[in-house]
Design a protein. Sequence first.
Length: 194
Amino acid sequence: MASSAHEAMHQIFREDPGLFARALPKAGIALPEPTTIQLLDTDLTGIKPMARRVNTLMRVDTADSGSYLLAVEAQGRPDPDKLNSWTYYLAYLYAEYELPPLLLVVCQDKPTASWAAQPIRIGLPVHTSIAVFPLVLGPENLPTIIDPDEAAEDLALAPRSAKPSEPSRVYEGRSAAQRHPTAQRDRRFVLPSR
């Protein structure tokens, strides 16, 4: 139950909706001058179910820096709807788990990786309320692994380092991982041919 002091702190803005536009400049915060102000429903509970699923979600515990969440999304092409989804995922995860969330977007081509790496800013040009800075893994920031011994050191990473723009090197990277004796014993690390 909210206290009367809590209610008084925000109720005044219901009674005088223009108060924020007069108060913020006095605090050194300049927003565009409003022409109209409309009070909206304060209940933010969703009434229709929305399916929101992140591709992979992990809790990561560290020795020195505490714990965090890592949401992994595979992105095959730029999709403007994902910008809203990713922002929602991170806000929801923070509220639900009370741990800092990170977003890792995995891409197979440079245009998609460049698009996914752009910060997502929500707010006004003069003030950002929420900013999302995705981490991106794509062909430009993973070196191609073609040596079988190097591929054996990380069988899950080797095929993913292959560059679609270099088809012969894609084959070499895939083959290096698949030829290695360790890969022959552990088939889960071998990606299917495209």
